[in-house]
Structure formats: structure tokens, C-alpha cells
Ligand binder design. Structure first.
Ligand SMILES: [Zn+2]
Length: 66
């Protein structure tokens, strides 16, 4: 019995370099309750790989065009 699972080839996510998380910059502008604007940062799931640290390699990159 052979169950051939066609696993799509993956590569390390170029955005988070495999971490699965990236630091987002949140712009906190000046407001009534804040004297000065500043940039806050928070770590969240990588938008490119959805937190997996790997991205699927597009098929067109695998097929060699000669
Ligand atoms: Zn990523």
C-alpha cells in the first residue's frame, strides 16, 4: 500500500528567515494623551509564511527553463 503524498517543496521564509515571527512596527502618532509620537514594535506571526518559517516554492521556479 503506497500513499504518495505530494509534498510541495518548501524553502526557508525569506521574510522571517525561518523564525516564523517578525517584528512589526506600530506607528503611535502624537495625540491628546501623548506628548510625542513614537514607534512601538510588537512580535507577531510572520505574514509571509503564516508562522511556519517556511514558504512554498512556486512551481515556476522549480521547472528549469532552457
Ligand atoms: Zn516567515
Amino acid at each position: 500500500m503506497t500513499s504518495s503524498t505530494m509534498k510541495s517543496p518548501t524553502d526557508t521564509c525569506p521574510v522571517c528567515i525561518g523564525d516564523g515571527q517578525i517584528e512589526y512596527e506600530i506607528n503611535k502618532p502624537q495625540s491628546f494623551t501623548r506628548d510625542i509620537g513614537y514607534i512601538d514594535t510588537k512580535w507577531d506571526k510572520c505574514y509571509a509564511c503564516d508562522g511556519t518559517g517556511e514558504v512554498e516554492i512556486p512551481r515556476y521556479l522549480l521547472t528549469s527553463t532552457e
